[in-house]
Design a protein around this ligand. Sequence first.
Ligand SMILES: Nc1ncnc2c1ncn2[C@@H]1O[C@H](COP(=O)(O)OP(=O)(O)O)[C@@H](O)[C@H]1O
Ligand SMILES: [Mg+2]
Length: 365
Amino acid sequence: MYVKNLELKNFRNYESLNINFDPRINLITGRNAQGKTNLIEAVCLISMGRSFRAGRDSEMIRFGENEALVHAEVVKSYMDTRVDICINRKSRKSIKKDGKQLHKTSELLNNVFIVAFTPEDLRIVKDEPEKRRRFLDKELAQIKPAYYLSLGRYKKVLQQRNSCLKGDSFSPAMLSLWDEQLVQYGAELMRMRKEFIDQLSIFSGKIHGSITNGQEELKIEYEANVPYEEDVVRQKESLRSALQHSLETDRKMRTTTKGPHKDDLRFLVNGINARKYGSQGQQRTCALSLKLAELDFIKQETGESAILLLDDVMSELDQSRRAFLIDSLEENQIFITMTEADDDLIQAYGNPTVFTVHGGRVDSV
Ligand SMILES: Nc1ncnc2c1ncn2[C@@H]1O[C@H](COP(=O)(O)OP(=O)(O)O)[C@@H](O)[C@H]1O
Ligand SMILES: [Mg+2]
């Protein structure tokens, strides 16, 4: 799939923009603070219905304006799609898919598939577990509505259980009610995470092997906070007993200390934990392999080639990793931002479309 056309009105520093993109390679160049990432953010918005960086939607409205509009036309292998998003300072965000008004942001998911890769993602291996959980949640929610649903329910029940633990009038009956729901949704999350991670491990293992010329073998493992069980009944038992065993601690800490909200991912390079012992280079290669594995996963699950957004990462990658990125992706639409037009890259890609961004205006070269 690819974004064919993007129209912006009062979005970030873009007053008005109407741009046609290359189905393959789009190089977006320009000095700092000119609007390169803003453009990538808009593409992300039409996929997820929210920004990958704004805390509040209203931050995306151009200073001094009341409303931002984003319109995109996306060509897909089965049926093309149009997305219209309107963010207003005073009213709720409006999202239309193919002209039809959506009631929830989540209804937009599973339509336009993107994989965004930023310098922050390069640190995913060594960052805190929360970042890796966010990765799991974001990527799974993007393609599996069932995951998004279970995650939302799990979080809600977790919140209720936690406020029950915090409350002065602690009620064991109430708690066991929350526990049973947490066990149900938690088991669902764990099963979907395990399946996803197993697939990612296979895909990223192949990619990692190619990038390192077979020198390194990457495995990604699910580091479940509560023992993982293949069988759903046993999984629920394992969750239930973890909650029961930690009840005393939970009451003392006034929060739920066990469960999938504490899950993690483990990266093993040649059997060694890359988070603890890997070099920075190895950790970066793991991150790249992981991101590219997502493309394979999306293709497998949906039949679509996802759009790859590379914001400021090309310059962070060394020659061999860059070469891999250039040579291995033959059908995905790719957006690459960088401060200077890189002649090597232009040459390597044949004839990419080069855009220059200057103060919220875009020229194609
Ligand atoms: N809501 C907004 N309204 C107007 N300008 C904005 C808004 N948000 C950010 N900007 C401007 O956008 C620019 C940063 O754009 P960005 O895409 O992050 O730059 P870069 O080209 O370095 O990636 C800054 O000049 C910033 O002031
Ligand atoms: Mg930027």
